[in-house]
Design a binder for this molecule. Structure first.
Ligand SMILES: Nc1ncnc2c1ncn2[C@@H]1O[C@H](COP(=O)(O)OP(=O)(O)OP(=O)(O)O)[C@@H](O)[C@H]1O
Ligand SMILES: [Mg+2]
Length: 387
């Protein structure tokens, strides 16, 4: 029996299912497919995440990840979907203590101290919901040590912010790196021993936790671009061949962060080298093109369209959208490259709000055969709000 199964946890969901698979049998492609329901257009990044989850759940050393991507490309969405994955796959019950926290909450600025207690409290809270209502110390320890810790907005805790030294950033990075290396923490909890609730001290080994940090790293793109272009940098922009519509061929230079990013660029940005060394991989999220934005609008769980459709179901109104209407919204959202997929929401909300307020305010509702109603978002409706 592996250490993973050594402690029996109370598990209402899993208890009902006859046969749980071994963690080894839930392979990265299956993890990837599950994550992809909620994260679109980031397949490359999700492959890394899937492997990291596989390593974590099979008890190998966790593959800690650093995610870098522009605002609205899905970093926080990836974290939310890791949490959803652990909640939805019954076998992953022991790993459900997923905690997503902003980096700045892990430090006390006045005292210039790293404060892991806030993190552990959040983890403990999740662990308690797994370990039943009278958890033993062992069950709590088991759930806490298998936690996944997602630290968001990590770039705001760089050693340099807006050109000025940021000492608290160094404090945070050093504190986190110690946790990631595997620290023994004495942590006090209330747990049940011999039928009584007692205060006990758990020795928490953080070495099996998985850490996923993410940030937009604003300015990194320009920083690396300028380094590459600098005379004597020893690098040059790559070229690619473009074939125009008239069949002419020309060469174009192009730059992508993924091609040129070196560890040193992150150090220059203000990341502590020893902290960076604790990540198995750095994953870059792509900027989202029109096609992905359209898919996000139509399919992702959090999409304003999908949510509004659920809202209208309550009134027996089926919400639909024309292909062209969806494409126009995606195209308009893509123009605002600073906000990524976030740009979909205001456009859609402006358009749909009058119908949420009063679906019958104009004559767009059609009667369905079964007595309900149908509202179809048309290209004209989109053009009206975009004016
Ligand atoms: N790849 C994606 N797949 C599905 N939805 C996405 C994706 N990227 C962004 N979204 C949607 O856009 C919104 C913002 O995304 P998210 O919060 O993940 O951005 P972020 O990368 O964390 O940005 P920031 O750096 O500003 O925090 C969310 O509502 C999410 O549903
Ligand atoms: Mg975010």
């Amino acid at each position: 029996m592996s250490t993973m199964q050594a402690v029996k946890l109370v598990d209402s969901e899993a208890a009902g299912s006859p046969e749980l698979r071994r963690f080894e049998d839930i392979k990265p492609p299956e993890i990837f497919a599950e994550l992809k329901h909620g994260v679109l257009g980031q397949d490359q990044a999700l492959r890394f995440v899937s492997v990291a989850v596989y390593k974590h759940t099979t008890g190998r050393m966790p593959g800690n990840l650093l995610m870098i991507g522009n605002s609205g490309t899905g970093k926080t969405t990836v974290m939310n979907n890791i949490q959803r994955l652990y909640n939805e796959v019954p076998e992953y019950q022991p790993f459900r203590a997923v905690t997503i926290i902003n980096a700045n909450l892990l430090v006390d600025v006045d005292r210039m101290e790293f404060r892991p207690s806030r993190l552990l409290k959040a983890v403990e809270q999740r662990a308690r919901s797994l370990a039943g209502h009278k958890p033993s110390p062992a069950a709590l320890k088991h759930a806490i040590e298998r936690a996944t810790i997602c630290v968001d907005e990590i770039d705001k805790m760089a050693a340099v912010v807006a050109g000025k030294p940021n000492a608290i950033g160094v404090v945070l990075q050093q504190g986190l790196l110690t946790l990631m290396e595997g620290e023994q923490l004495a942590y006090q909890v209330h747990a049940w021993v011999d039928g009584e609730e007692k205060e006990v001290t758990l020795d928490i080994d953080t070495g099996h936790m998985m850490f996923i940090c993410g940030g937009a790293f604003e300015g990194l793109y320009d920083q690396v671009y300028n380094r590459v272009l600098k005379p004597g940098s020893g690098e040059r922009l790559r070229t690619k061949t473009i074939r125009t519509a008239e069949g002419k061929v020309r060469m174009e230079t192009y730059f992508s962060l993924a091609t040129y990013l070196k560890p040193k660029d992150l150090f220059d940005f203000g990341m502590v080298p020893q902290f960076m060394a604790r990540f198995e991989s750095t994953v870059l999220l792509r900027d989202l093109g029109i096609d992905v934005l359209r898919e996000i609008l139509l399919k992702s769980f959090e999409s304003p369209f999908v949510r509004t459709r659920r809202f209208f179901e309550v009134h027996d109104i089926e919400l639909e959208i024309d292909d062209l209407a969806a494409a126009l919204i995606a195209e308009a959202a893509a123009k605002d490259s600073r906000t990524g997929a976030r740009a979909l929401r205001p456009i859609f909300t402006d358009l749909i709000n009058p119908y949420e307020f009063d679906p019958w305010h104009d004559d767009k509702l059609e009667a369905r055969d079964d007595g309900g109603w149908r509202l179809t978002v048309s290209a004209d409706m989109v053009r009206d709000v975009l004016k």
